[in-house]
Design a binder for this molecule. Structure first.
Ligand code: ADP
Ligand code: MG
Length: 556
């Protein structure tokens, strides 16, 4: 049986850097074949040509040249998908002048990724056996490069989710709207690699856009006069509530903002609307120094950030006359928009992550790592598992809030939660008292798994609030057309400011907390048409009560 990784000498960490991996492949090839020049070309899918990703012993002029398929030995191999050997008479066929070279396609199945080329000054140097060795090496390279790209794509996506979560948390932490707008601009610039990020707001008459926040612009840009919303690209973004991306502002017909961007020496622009209550109130705009396209995922991310900015502005406008219900509404809105967005991102990351974890295990089978390498490998493995865990939690929060309604026995449910937590409870030296009616007496109209999760979250919070042990009271009580579920602890309690903001996602006061637990409880209870009440006193304890509608046949 063939051993895996026969040719490539890799470090596990190489998988995290596609560039390094390419360099390592080149070095392995040089050593294996005693070659004087080696290059790894990658196919650029946007242009269909070959670019040199890594090389050894190759002149700069050759390194910088892009090859179209068919051109040179590498191009010949790329266009036919098979390996080749050649004696070089004329220089521009290979990596250097004269001597001999051979090349093999780097591909997975039909999918061509690039070409691996080795060469020497000597004529007629490579044998047929060596050519097939090169082929195998190229196959190994394809497997590893494919894996490295998947890892890179996934960590990119996780960076995006993390940025959203961060800005979400900042808003939860009640920063000022100015601070939030600045943060949104900063994150947008960072995530899109932009030189400039700006936010324009619509004036009350809805005629002009004023520059409100600007990062990275010259003073001329910062002092720019307002933009009319009719007949301008940014105006269109606000009026229609749609993003616009421009690959090259130089080629766009007369537009005042494009002109200003061009004067900044920038080329590509993406602009997304700030939308509040379905109405455009401003524009978030980023511009890059290099020509680039903005992929859908990135546009959606920026829309998400713009949504958070709009929420912050909406809130500041309301502040002062915010009564309780408005506050709750706002909270719910934020939760659903952020939740939906997070779910979308999480969804997209999850599948590639599953593939990576699978490939990762297959790839490892052939390796015989040193002790230090094994440590690295374990670390990567743990990180992959951690990412998976985060995604699970995000998806759990965002999963459709529509409950699957049935008759749920409240007593049963409480017993089940107790069973799930009893070891944890006794280990934490917590005494439990249950006050529940006989089975069948407290029937709830609801979704069993969702409700169980909600009560479980409450019990876990109670446990965390009693690090030195204490008392936990679990109660179930049918009353009129409702069933009341209560979880009461004798723990540290919380100050009023926290009780008021308990349901905000990302609000957590403990290390390792996600701050999503109570947000989820709230969401479940609301989807059931119930109500949630929290009474808490610092150092005394907390009592959480969930009111749920009873199952119809049990109503008096
Ligand atoms: P997390 O548990 O991840 O921190 P939660 O939304 O479940 O997120 O809770 C948010 C915060 O509310 C907790 O960090 C804690 O400070 C506070 N909290 C929740 N439940 C209790 C409780 N029973 N007693 C004291 N504090 C609590
Ligand atoms: Mg919790």
């Amino acid at each position: 049986m063939k051993k895996r990784n026969r040719y490539l000498e890799l470090e596990p960490g190489d998988l995290l850097h596609a560039r390094k991996l390419a360099a390592r492949i080149v070095a392995s090839a040089k050593k294996e074949f005693g070659a004087e020049r080696v290059a790894l070309y990658l196919l650029n899918p946007n242009y269909g040509d070959l670019e040199m990703e890594a090389s050894l012993g190759v002149a700069a002029t050759v390194r910088q040249k892009r090859l179209v398929p068919g051109q040179g030995l590498a191009g010949w191999v790329a266009s036919r998908g098979i390996s080749a050997r050649a004696d070089l008479q004329k220089s521009n066929w290979g990596l250097g002048a004269g001597g001999s070279e051979m090349a093999a396609p780097i591909s997975e199945g039909e999918n061509l990724m690039g070409v691996l080329v080795v060469g020497t000054r000597r004529k007629n140097f490579f044998s047929e056996g060596q050519e097939s060795q090169l082929q195998e090496m190229a196959l190994e390279a394809a497997r590893w490069l494919g894996l490295a790209w998947k890892v890179a794509g996934t960590s990119e996506e996780s960076r995006r989710s993390a940025a959203l979560a961060e800005v979400g948390a900042a808003i939860g932490a009640e920063e000022t709207p100015e601070a939030i707008l600045n943060r949104v601009a900063r994150e947008s610039a960072r995530l899109s690699g932009a030189k400039l990020a700006s936010i324009f707001l619509l004036d009350p008459k809805k005629k002009e856009l004023f520059l409100e926040v600007c990062l990275g612009g010259s003073s001329a840009y910062r002092k720019q006069p307002p933009l009319e919303i009719s007949d301008t690209a940014l105006g269109y973004v606000v009026r229609r509530g749609r993003p616009i991306s421009v690959r090259d502002v130089g080629s766009s017909p007369q537009d005042p903002h494009s002109d200003r961007i061009q004067k900044e020496g920038l080329v590509s622009v993406l602009a997304v609307p700030l939308v509040e209550k379905k109405e455009g109130i401003g524009v978030l705009c980023v511009a890059t120094a290099e020509t680039r396209r903005f992929p859908d995922a990135e546009i959606r991310l920026l829309e998400g950030l713009a949504g958070l900015a709009a929420a912050a502005l909406g809130r500041s406008r309301l502040s002062g006359r915010l009564d309780r219900t408005e506050g709750e509404l706002r909270n719910r809105e934020r939760l659903s928009s952020l939740g939906m967005l997070a779910a979308e991102v999480a969804h997209e990351v999850r599948n590639p992550l599953a593939v990576i974890r699978m490939l990762w295990h297959t790839a490892l089978r052939g390796l015989q790592p040193s002790e230090a390498q094994a440590k690295d490998l374990n670390l990567i493995e743990a990180k992959l598992a951690q990412m998976n865990g985060i995604l699970d939690r995000v998806l759990n929060l965002a999963r459709s809030a529509d409950p699957e309604i049935g008759a749920v026995d409240g007593t049963d449910l409480m017993e089940e939660v107790f069973l799930l937590t009893r070891t944890k409870l006794s280990a934490a030296r917590i005494q439990v008292t249950k006050k529940v009616p006989p089975r069948g007496k407290a029937m709830i109209r609801g979704d069993r798994p969702q409700l169980e999760q909600a009560v479980l979250n409450l019990v876990l919070n109670a446990v965390e609030a009693m690090p030195k042990g204490g008392e936990l009271k679990l109660g179930v009580q049918p009353r009129e057309q409702n069933v009341f579920l209560t979880v009461q602890d004798s723990g540290r309690g919380m100050p009023k400011e926290i009780t008021e903001r308990l349901y905000e996602p990302f609000l957590s006061r403990r290390p390792g907390g996600t701050g999503l637990g109570m947000a989820l409880v709230r969401r479940t209870v609301e989807a059931h048409g119930g109500a949630l009440r929290v009474d808490s006193q610092t150092e005394r304890g907390t009592r959480v009560e969930i009111r749920l509608p009873s199952w119809p046949s049990h109503r008096g």
